[in-house]
Every structure is written in structure tokens, then in C-alpha cells.
Design a protein around this ligand. Structure first.
Ligand SMILES: NC(=O)c1ccc[n+]([C@@H]2O[C@H](COP(=O)([O-])OP(=O)(O)OC[C@H]3O[C@@H](n4cnc5c(N)ncnc54)[C@H](OP(=O)(O)O)[C@@H]3O)[C@@H](O)[C@H]2O)c1
Length: 406
């Protein structure tokens, strides 16, 4: 058994007020002798972040905008709290790359997570990557930065964390020698796995966010309902583990107990199991290569009893097919896919679009946006993201107008 590190490890949590942020703080709190909170960040939830600052006393708190930062500053000042409050994208990058920081949890949702995560990578931090959109948008460029800086990148998505655990520990140094035949990503199938197809257009945001096995933020919950989440994860797995798309297979496994598997050329399949609770991959990555308690109880296989597997339906879940196609197309296509999806999901959550129109917006945006150029710079990726969002919003307005008429 390795000895505990003597110094407290300083952690920045990007997206502290979210679902992953909350689970991370739960694990950190259980191990106060190992971890101290350096910075916490949020976008809209000022009161929630104020409460977290009172509880964890970070050196810094960052709000996305100046007005929210001012409100937070006032609340903390009145409470006699010493946390310094900052605002904006540059501040996010600063608290992700500061010399004192050892670990950065990247748990902002969506494209907004790209720049601070990149800042952490460039500063050579141990980066716990929950924000899959970063890798989807900038895959090769991001992995190049990891290789250049020597940052330690650990996947938090339960599927990728499972694959990481099922691969040999020296996989990254010689992936070809590992004998990996396929990566098998499991998927719950979401809340609409058995909903009749002709009822899907009527489903509400509340129904889409009521995931059968995982408690998550709204955007990823809708992504799970369309299975775009699994599509984004296929792209993420491709970049993390250098495996081509045709060797990454999605398997619907409604019990969400097997978090993913690696199929080896000798016929062995290695899986990681656990309850569907994000504290497991978070604790794994926080302490890696050691192990610490996550607060999750021991898996009771007798209680689970049965596990089952199904092929995903590309007819029911067209977003899964769109993600595979974007990865095959390469270049800027995954960034366009991601941006169109974020806009369409926001419009669905705002009740401007029906559920099935999410696919329509993404398909139309991919058809109209110029994805032929290779992704050669982060600036180019961000331009493609902005351009795709403009097109997607036009498509949303067009579909909305059509709905008003009919
Ligand atoms: N939840 C899960 O179980 C899970 C599992 C695997 C992967 N992930 C990934 O982890 C990421 C976070 O997911 P989540 O479910 O935790 O999301 P969430 O609950 O919606 O939380 C998102 C966090 O990001 C902050 N945020 C949102 N927009 C921002 C912006 N423009 N600038 C700065 N901060 C912003 C939010 O702040 P406010 O709350 O203050 O607005 C919140 O702290 C996503 O990329 C998701 O795909 C999540």
C-alpha cells in the first residue's frame, strides 16, 4: 500500500454547482486529509456557490459574469468569508492553471468548458475530464496538447473510466501491443427506450430529464434520451483510446451496472461494474493510481439479479448515427455536430422545439455548415462552433415558425 501524500492536494472544480461538481465535493469532503479546495466555479447559481464557499473555503470563486460575481462577493462579505471572487473566461483559465493547483475537475457543461480545460492541460495538471464536449470538438488538437504538456488526463465519464480501468496500465505507451479488438460502450437506452416512435414528438423536457438510472444535469439527460450522449462518447473514446470508430460498439444495457468493456483479441472481455453513481469514477480518478472510498456501497449482485443487453436502434436513436458519421467525416464535423446539438437541446428544454426536431436541426446544420476543412487550430474549432450555432438557430426558428403555422 502506498503512503498518503504529505501535502494536501489542491483542487479546482470547474462547474462546482452542477451534478458532477456536487459529487466531486462529496468525495473531496470524505477525504479532507488528502484534498483542499483551491477554486470553485459556477455560471448562474450564485446562492448555491455562496453556500459551497462557506462550506469549503476555497481561495477563489469564479462566476461566469461580472454581475453574478458582484452578488456573490456581497453575500460572502456579509458572511465574513475570505474567498476572493473573480469573473469571466480568463479567470476560469487562471484558476485552472495556477501554480498551486494539482488537480482540475472539468465539469462545466458544453463548449464553455473547452478553454479552461485546455488551460489546465497546457499547465500540465492532473485533469479529470467530465466535459466530453471538449474532446468531441477538438479531439486531435486536445490530445496533442496533453502529449506536449505531460498533463495526466483521466476520464470521468463512467464508460471511459471503465474502459480506462479495463485496459492495461501501460496502454498509452504502446496501444498496438495491448491486443484490443473492440471497445464496448454500454448505454442505458434512456427514458424512451420502449416509447412508441409515434409518441416521441410529444414527450416533454421533464420526461426526457427523468433518466431511469442516473441523476444528471439537464443537457446530458436530454442527450441520453436521444442517445446523442452515447454518440459523443463514441467520439470521446476514439480520441482517448486511439481506437477507430468501427471498433467502438454501443450496447444497450438497461441496468447500468456494467459501465463498459474491452474485448481483447484472445476472446477475453474485461468489464468494470458498479452502481450507477458518479462518485465511483470521480474517486477513482482523484486518487489514481491509488484507491479511496467513494461513499458508494458495495455492489450486491444478488440484489441486481439479472443483466441484459440489446442492440441500439439507429431508427429510434438517429443522433447516434449522426455522431458516427461525423467522426468518420472528421475535421470540423464533430465540432459542428456538438454545437448544433447544444443549440437544439437548449431549444427543446425551452419548449421551442419538439423532441424529434433535435435530430432535424443537427442534420440540417451538418448539411449546411462547411466541415471540409481540417481542424488545425483551437481558434478554427471555435469559429466552426460559432458558425454552426448561427445555422442551428436559423433552423430552430424555421421549425418553430412551421409549427406555429400548422
Ligand atoms: N452528470 C453526470 O452524471 C455526468 C456523467 C458523465 C459526464 N458528464 C459531463 O459532465 C459535464 C457536466 O455535467 P453535469 O451533469 O454536472 O451538468 P450540470 O449539472 O448542468 O452542471 C453544469 C455546470 O456548469 C456550469 N456552467 C454552465 N454553463 C456555463 C458557462 N457558460 N460558463 C461557466 N460555467 C457554466 C453550471 O453553473 P450553474 O449551475 O451555476 O449555472 C454548473 O456548475 C457535462 O459535459 C456532461 O456531459 C456528466
Amino acid at each position: 500500500m502506498l503512503a498518503h501524500p504529505r501535502r494536501l492536494q489542491q483542487i479546482t472544480i470547474l462547474g462546482a454547482t452542477g451534478s458532477i461538481g456536487g459529487s466531486t465535493l462529496d468525495v473531496v469532503h470524505r477525504h479532507r486529509q488528502r484534498y483542499a479546495v483551491f477554486a470553485l466555479t459556477a455560471s448562474t447559481q450564485v446562492d448555491r456557490l455562496a453556500g459551497l464557499c462557506q462550506r469549503f473555503n476555497p481561495k477563489y470563486a469564479v462566476m461566469a459574469d461580472v454581475a453574478s460575481a458582484e452578488r456573490l462577493r456581497r453575500i460572502l462579505h456579509e458572511a465574513g468569508n475570505q474567498t476572493e471572487v473573480l469573473a469571466g473566461a480568463e479567470a476560469l483559465a487562471e484558476v485552472s492553471s495556477a501554480t498551486e493547483v494539482d488537480i482540475v475537475m472539468s465539469a462545466i457543461v458544453g463548449a464553455a468548458g473547452l478553454k479552461p480545460t485546455l488551460a489546465a492541460v497546457r499547465a500540465g495538471k492532473k485533469v479529470l475530464l467530465a466535459n466530453k464536449e471538449t474532446l468531441v470538438m477538438s479531439g486531435a488538437l486536445f490530445m496533442d496538447e496533453v502529449a506536449k504538456s505531460g498533463a495526466v488526463l483521466l476520464p470521468i465519464d463512467s464508460e471511459h473510466n471503465a474502459v480506462f480501468q479495463a485496459l492495461p496500465h501501460d496502454y498509452q505507451s504502446n496501444p498496438d501491443a495491448a491486443g484490443v479488438r473492440r471497445i464496448l460502450l454500454t448505454a442505458s437506452g434512456g427514458p424512451f427506450r420502449n416509447t412508441p416512435l409515434d409518441q416521441l414528438e410529444q414527450v416533454t423536457p421533464e420526461q426526457a430529464c427523468a433518466h431511469p438510472t442516473w441523476q444528471m444535469g439537464k443537457k446530458i439527460s436530454v442527450d441520453s434520451a436521444t442517445m446523442m450522449n452515447k454518440g459523443l462518447e463514441v467520439i470521446e473514446a476514439h480520441w482517448l483510446f486511439a481506437v477507430p470508430p468501427q471498433r467502438i460498439e454501443v450496447i444497450v444495457h438497461p441496468q447500468s451496472v456494467i459501465h463498459s468493456m474491452v474485448d481483447y483479441v484472445d476472446g477475453s472481455v474485461v468489464a468494470q461494474l458498479g452502481y450507477p453513481d458518479m462518485r465511483i469514477p470521480i474517486a477513482h480518478a482523484l486518487a489514481w493510481p491509488e484507491r479511496i472510498a467513494s461513499g458508494v456501497s458495495a455492489l450486491d449482485l444478488f440484489d441486481i439479479g439479472t443483466v441484459s443487453f440489446e442492440r441500439p436502434s439507429f431508427e429510434r436513436f438517429p443522433c447516434l448515427g449522426l455522431a458516427y458519421q461525423s467522426l468518420q467525416r472528421g475535421g470540423l464535423a464533430p465540432a459542428v455536430l456538438n454545437a448544433a446539438n447544444e443549440e437544439a437541446v437548449a431549444a427543446f428544454l425551452g419548449r421551442k422545439l419538439g423532441f424529434r426536431a433535435i435530430t432535424e436541426v443537427i442534420t440540417a446544420t451538418l448539411a449546411r455548415a462547411d466541415t471540409s476543412a481540417p481542424a488545425t487550430s483551437i481558434e478554427g474549432v471555435l469559429d466552426a462552433d460559432a458558425g454552426a450555432r448561427r445555422i442551428a438557430r436559423e433552423e430552430i426558428d424555421r421549425i418553430f415558425a412551421r409549427r406555429q403555422v400548422s
